[in-house]
Design a protein around this ligand. Structure first.
Ligand SMILES: [Zn+2]
Length: 218
């Protein structure tokens, strides 16, 4: 079994022999999901929770069976519908993740305490991954202690970014990396992470690969 780089969250449909990338579709009204090669995730983004077609979107999502993960879904304090609507859409997708036995990719801006409360209340069997984490290390620790995984992207290239400090406190077995919408390679993101954590790219490559495999075991 060859160990590959894992790009846990990307909106670019690319292929590379040494990378497994989890392509992320954002469900939008009246637009069918385009087929891509390799694993993909589908979700109703919190930004889209203010659409009048929200229920149709969620039902449409329910109808997909060959996806590998649910998301991105979650919460955004500054965009999308009211918190109550975002929470409804999120709970629906948590439910899908549990029923379909697929991990959950989460977008969370603000509302971290609410997310942790929901995790403790719902006690999901599937793994939750907060993608694009760029908040304070204290919050990182709280999410980790609750049982949630964190994924980091190019934000940590800025040494002053909170992500640059937070990635240092995440245990190896709770860490993922991603390109999201950035114009860089996942290998570059691994190098950034390795520098911040004082670890080798090879070590990180091995542990993240193991974590990725474990996502699909429950
Ligand atoms: Zn994204």
């Amino acid at each position: 079994m060859s160990v590959k780089f894992i790009d846990i969250h990307t909106h670019k449909d690319y292929t590379h022999f040494d990378v497994i990338r989890l392509y992320s579709f954002r469900m939008v009204p009246e637009q069918a999901v385009q087929p891509v090669s390799g694993p993909f995730a589908c979700g109703v983004h919190p930004w889209d929770t203010d659409t009048p077609n929200l229920n149709e979107l969620l039902i449409q999502l329910n109808d997909y069976n060959n996806l590998h993960a649910i998301g991105e879904c979650g919460f955004d304090k500054y965009r999308g519908g009211a918190f109550e609507i975002q929470e409804q859409a999120f709970r629906y997708q948590v439910n899908l993740s549990e029923r379909k036995h697929k991990p959950l990719i989460i977008h969370c801006i603000g509302y971290y305490n609410e997310l942790i409360t929901l995790y403790k209340q719902l006690q999901p069997t599937q793994k939750w991954i907060v993608h694009g984490f760029n908040a304070h290390p204290n919050l990182a620790v709280q999410l980790i202690n609750a049982g949630i995984y964190l994924s980091f992207g190019v934000a940590m290239a800025n040494p002053l970014a909170k992500a640059a400090a937070s990635i240092k406190v995440v245990p190896q077995n709770r860490l993922f990396l991603e390109t999201d919408e950035a114009n860089c390679s996942i290998q570059d993101v691994y190098k950034l992470a390795a520098n911040h954590r004082n670890e080798s790219v090879e070590t990180i490559k091995h542990t993240i690969y193991k974590s990725y495999i474990s996502l699909f075991e429950s």
